[in-house]
Design a binder for this molecule. Structure first.
Ligand code: GLA
Length: 387
């Protein structure tokens, strides 16, 4: 749907023309489960976005509607809930609550949400709706937060309002991604560098169509295991604040003194941080063979050491590795289902997509969604001409 159509739908509902803001989902090329360890990630914004249309209203209300969900949400600004209530509108509401908590007034507004980021596929539909809502709500109160601050605010919505202990990666790249580029982010300093993706390469995102139920509990448990690793390692390296501060030599020196599971988690994170930094250099040089090799290592490490893959993801990666035009691939996002990301030569991408769909269906019995994408721009205002 074009933004102008969303504008028309908004006018039909609320009787006034809106302003429209857009924020994309993301796919991560490499650097998984490193963001909450103060480490490095390398995601791209993708061409699926969520749009939020907004106009001010004179009463003290937030009226939130969606083109995907029939359920409507209406809140009195004098009486906003302080925790998520358990519906899609939480992501918009959470942004309003957090803006207010940070001292930015939130006036009344009518909002209409239109999302095209597949939900529950690990492509960060939640970051997209949060960031688009933040830009929309800020347009009402004139707050001019720089984009990295918007990303931090949206992460706080996840952590403090929704109750998901995620890192900063998704919100940050949704704000600051750039077309044709991957974003190498230092999740501690928030310094970042844009790395061009060679023009003859497509990002082929393949959705396993499964999301295993234990995903969020297991995510939090992995975080705790990493924290436990840091607590143990601080006996020998008291200056370490996060796994980011531990080198491979330091970790290996204490292999025998760290419980096996915790050691495996730490090993993944320490090696993955190295892979991101090395991978960024390879990608910048256009060396896809080496970059692709690191993506494969990342997948195996997530499967064997961090243990967040699943059969469907592993099968999908194996199929991809056997197809022509494949330069590198792995599971992407938190894991336990969701998507794989594959770098595929543009000339081979349509055939790759078709063969992936057939072979995955033959192996698993589910038809996967396959998206042939390019890296897209981060969030911003959309042109809104309703005529
Ligand atoms: C989810 C979280 C991110 C990150 C990834 C794993 O997508 O939202 O913050 O931790 O998992 O890399």
């Amino acid at each position: 749907m074009k933004p102008t159509e969303l504008g028309r739908q908004f006018e039909a509902l609320f009787g006034v023309p809106p302003r429209i803001f857009r924020a994309p989902g993301r796919v991560n090329l490499i650097g998984e489960h490193t963001d909450y360890n103060d480490g490095f990630v390398m995601p791209c914004a993708i061409e699926f976005s969520t749009r939020v249309a907004i106009s001010p209203r004179p009463d003290r209300k937030l009226v939130i509607r969606s083109l995907e969900f029939s359920e409507q949400a209406e809140f009195d600004l004098q009486d906003l809930p302080s925790r998520a209530k358990g519906g899609w509108a939480d992501y918009v509401l959470g942004v309003a609550v957090m803006l207010r908590e940070m001292g930015h007034p939130v006036p009344g507004g009518s909002l209409l949400v239109r999302g095209e980021v597949p939900i529950g596929a690990g492509l960060s539909s939640s970051a997209a709706i949060e960031v688009a809502s933040a830009l929309a709500l800020m347009s009402l109160n004139g707050a001019r937060l720089p984009l990295p601050e918007v990303a931090k605010l949206c992460r706080r919505v996840e952590n403090e309002f929704i109750g998901a202990r995620v890192g900063i990666m998704d919100q940050f790249v949704s704000c600051l991604g750039k077309a044709g580029h991957a974003l190498l982010l230092d999740c501690r300093s928030l310094e970042f560098k844009l790395i061009p993706i060679p023009e003859n390469i497509r990002l082929v995102i393949c959705n396993t169509m499964v999301k295993h139920e234990h995903a969020s509990g297991a995510y939090n448990r992995r975080r705790e295991e990493c924290d436990e690793g840091v607590r143990i390692l601080r006996k020998w390296y008291p200056e370490a604040r996060a796994l980011r501060d531990i080198s491979m030599e330091q970790l290996e020196a204490h292999a025998a003194e760290i419980p096996a599971t915790i050691y495996k988690r730490c090993l993944h994170v320490v090696a993955e941080n190295q892979r991101v930094l090395e991978g960024a250099a390879y990608l910048a040089e256009g060396d896809l063979t080496r970059f692709g090799g690191l993506m494969g290592e990342s997948h195996r490490s997530l499967r064997d050491l961090f243990e967040v893959s699943c059969r469907e993801l592993d099968v999908m990666v194996e199929i991809a590795e056997s197809l022509e035009g494949f330069c590198g691939g792995r599971m992407t996002g938190g894991g336990f289902g969701g998507c794989t990301i594959n770098l595929v030569k543009t000339s081979h991408a349509p055939r790759f997509a078709a063969q992936m769909a057939d072979r995955y269906q033959a192996a698993i019995g589910i038809k996967p969604d396959v998206y042939v994408c390019s890296a897209a721009n981060g969030a911003g205002a959309d042109l809104n001409k309703t005529t």
